[in-house]
Design a protein around this ligand. Sequence first.
Ligand SMILES: Nc1ncnc2c1ncn2[C@@H]1O[C@H](COP(=O)(O)OP(=O)(O)O)[C@@H](O)[C@H]1O
Ligand SMILES: [Mg+2]
Length: 500
Amino acid sequence: MEKKIYNEIDWRIRIFDSLSFPTLILKPDQVVLTANTIFLEKFNTELDQVIGKTCFEVFYHDKCPHKNCPFIKVLEQKKGQSIIRRVTTLTGKHLWEDRFFSPILDDNGDVAYIIESVRDITRMKNLEIALRETEAFLEKAISGSPIAIVAADRYGNILLMNPVAEKLFGYSFNEAARTLEVKQLYPDGIAVAIMEKLRNKKYGGPGKLSATRTTILNAEDKEIPVEINASLLYEDGEEVASIGIYTDLRDKIAAEKKLKETQNQIVQSEKMASLGKLAAGVAHEINNPLTGILLYANLIRENIEENHPQLKNLQYVLEDTERCRDIVKNLLAYSRQTTPTREICPINTLIEKSLSLIRDQKLFLKINVVKKLSEEKLPVHVDKNQISQVIINLIINAADAIDKQGTITLRTYLDKNTQMICLEVEDSGSGIKKENAARIFDPFFTTKDHGKGTGLGLSIAYGIVKENSGNISIKKTDPHGTIFLLELPTVNLRSEDLIY
Ligand SMILES: Nc1ncnc2c1ncn2[C@@H]1O[C@H](COP(=O)(O)OP(=O)(O)O)[C@@H](O)[C@H]1O
Ligand SMILES: [Mg+2]
């Protein structure tokens, strides 16, 4: 009987033998009718070892371990079925197989045989697993990256935004992907400029843009300085996407600014130190002849008649000589290299004392002085006379800056961040021009009319403040006024210890 069937399908067997996959022909009761040559080779067996056995006996020597074997389904549905499964061979090897079951129907349309072919897809499956692992790894690397990464397709749709980028730009990835085009992450025109650079050989490309400073726009419409590295992704020579890697430069720029300020301060201190030495020498030299000039000019003044035609000129000589004497006195005071005698004193007391010295001057008739002084004592540890001089200088400068009517506001507080005690001298004057701002602490720099300013006030103030471990700076200036900020070190004392 079996022999007869074998003969019947002899020609099929030949075709079947030439199939390149190991293949079995099974009867509906799962008994093997035959196997092709490649099957015997692959499973290292002989035809008479497989014929007459069930398929699971052939593969597993035992019961079928697979609950969801499609064999039954093929019988029921009379349609081909396949299953991918991980198997362990009799020799202990782990393989991935794609098994395909296809029915051969008889004249009644019932399943007469089932062809089971086995394809070893281990290599493909392993590649797939490796790819999935690589993808998962990349995903982790991108989302865990400390730098901001954004990718967009060539139409500007956002494809990727890692958590650091979400924070930098202020959008969640989903929100950005749904509502934005990549160019909206930049101020007007910047995205186009970046794309142009990306396509230009000059900037490291084409297709690459390395370490370029630019500006992005966050969700609050705030411009943020960043360094961008970008590249274009190609598929078959065509641009398909772009990737941008961003480093937030705000901290770096703040640090650079701080460094520049420190450098400027060093330059200023050096200038002041050399001026001090120079001034001491020059002032000594000039002091004696000046005393002589004053003496003789006064003698002439006493001896000429009140209506002498040259009296007015002589008056000018005297006035200017007196001015020279004042300058020299200032220079000498400044250049005297004495260590300040520091005392602890509330800053408000120093302000009141300074104000009482100048309040009655003509200059202050047009000025309303507003005091916004802290309720707290705010003790500073400074040379009181020196700091008074600084405060007076600042107030007189403020008054000078006010043309007609105006206000000077004095504000004191403790800056919790720096732990410095601050005095702000604010005026409603005409402000300091940008080109002058860097020079106002320079000795002899003045914008005031001849005879009005010496240009020494702020440079002396600068020297004094540094000697007292403080800072002096312009906090704000514009055509509506200026705020000078004086910062002085505080002391941690109980208020009973204060000296008034
Ligand atoms: N509050 C202020 N508003 C506008 N300009 C100011 C102010 N304080 C100082 N300046 C500018 O700084 C310059 C230098 O000031 P300073 O050293 O005190 O010298 P002086 O007062 O003799 O000119 C002034 O001539 C003025 O141009
Ligand atoms: Mg001045």
